[in-house]
Ligand binder design. Structure first.
Ligand code: HEM
Length: 223
């Protein structure tokens, strides 16, 4: 579903969807950065992350504005992604863009699959840490987010599921950000290599930032 798969051959309607996909993706990429920075306060100790979580919940107006932007972005991203995937499939079945589509890289063709797995991860994650309905052994944590994170990642299967999901998130983000540069017309011959490096670094910074938390719990560095 990358921009490269219909670069130069896109219909105006596809370009509109690509722009929606790019901007909603940028909002989501910005959210994961902010969320990662917030979560990294766990390394400063229980008080720091609990205060951060309490501060968020003490500002419900702000929280709901952020949640609304997030929900609209997720819906727009999925809607444009599904339609662009269908269009690409039709093109691959013999439409005019068939040659260009064949050249699409493996990572671009696997974007819909990594997207679906990340969506499943988010559903799991919301049930885990926001609604606190699964994988917490039925314990109550109240405002003690620190204790909840330690309890959550003390189960190796849960910690490894998060780590594997973050690696997929990295691949999805890296390719997605390259596609944004392409949609915005920045990924020309001169800049392509450098922008792809920026996108790859962004994906790995996010993934490794998140991974450090379950890994530190597994290794007994956070307890
Ligand atoms: C090690 C990785 C992660 C940790 C430790 C973590 C931690 C948390 C915690 C503690 C909450 C609940 C906050 C509260 O209600 O006080 C939360 C909510 C949330 N997380 Fe994560 N998170 C991680 C990764 C991710 C990733 C990768 C995504 C997105 C792809 C994500 C998306 C969300 C969303 C959408 C919410 C709900 C925010 C809201 O309350 O509206 N998280 N996370």
């Amino acid at each position: 579903m990358s921009a490269s798969s219909c670069y130069k051959n896109c219909q105006p309607a596809s370009i509109g969807k690509k722009i929606i996909m790019a901007f909603s993706g940028l909002v989501l990429a910005g959210f994961v950065f902010g969320h990662m920075i917030g979560n990294l306060t766990v390394f400063k100790g229980a008080a720091a992350i609990n205060e951060y979580a309490e501060w968020l919940h003490a500002h419900p107006g702000l929280l709901w504005v952020a949640r609304s932007v997030l929900i609209v972005s997720v819906i727009a991203h999925i809607w444009s992604g599904v339609l662009l995937t269908i269009e690409n499939r039709i093109a691959r079945a013999g439409g005019p863009a068939v040659e260009v589509t064949r050249q699409a890289s493996l990572s671009s063709r696997t974007m819909p699959y990594s997207g679906v797995i990340i969506l499943a991860f988010i559903v799991f994650h919301l049930l885990h840490f926001t609604f606190r309905k699964i994988a917490l052994g039925g314990q109550e944590f109240g405002a003690d987010v620190y204790k909840m994170i330690i309890a959550g990642f003390s189960q190796p299967a849960v910690a490894f599921f998060y780590i594997a999901s973050m690696i997929l998130l990295c691949l999805h983000l890296s390719h997605g950000i390259s596609s944004v540069f392409q949609t915005l017309g920045l990924r020309n011959q001169r800049w392509r290599g450098r922008l792809d490096v920026v996108a790859t670094i962004y994906g790995w910074v996010i993934a490794l930032g998140f991974i450090s938390i379950p890994l530190a719990v597994l290794l007994g560095q956070l307890k």
